[in-house]
Write a protein that binds this ligand. Structure first.
Ligand code: HEC
Length: 117
């Protein structure tokens, strides 16, 4: 293996091993800044929780637990958040968050990490 390539791989491995707590997780290179993360988690607990349950275990809306979301593609969950689901009670959240913020929330939901930073 070319030595430059090995250096790049080593750097990437070190970043994912030691950088993880600083960034929110493996693939959220576009994680929102911490203050915005707190707002998004508050939105999740208060607004989303009003339909999906205080503990996101389901209510008027289905459970948003890691078990419930495990086999669902993240992109389609994120677009459900942004665009809502026509003909159901799930409203579009486009006015309140961006597509990448919705993806960040889905990543958090799928790994059950919904505590504010
Ligand atoms: C007014 C009630 C209501 C609110 C508030 C609400 N939802 Fe929903 N949500 C629903 C309903 C009902 C569904 C199921 C729609 C269907 O039948 O396909 C749903 C579906 C979803 C799904 C798809 C779940 C799946 O298993 O496919 C996701 C993800 C989701 N909501 C996330 C959110 C998030 C995040 C918020 C807050 C930003 C939120 N919802 C707020 C009612 C709500």
């Amino acid at each position: 293996m070319a030595s430059w390539l090995r250096r790049v791989l080593l750097a990437a491995t070190a970043a994912s091993a030691f950088g993880a707590p600083a960034v929110a997780g493996a693939n959220d290179s576009e994680a929102p800044p911490p203050a915005r993360q707190r707002e998004l988690i508050r939105l999740l607990k208060q607004d989303c929780g009003s339909c999906h349950g205080m503990r996101l275990t389901g209510g008027l809306g289905p459970a948003l637990t890691p078990q419930a979301l495990r086999d669902k593609p993240a992109e389609s969950l994120a677009s459900t958040i942004v665009a809502g689901r026509a003909g159901t009670a799930m409203p579009p959240w486009r006015p309140f968050l961006t597509a990448s913020e919705a993806e960040w929330l889905v990543a958090r939901l799928q790994r059950g990490d919904t505590d504010a930073p």
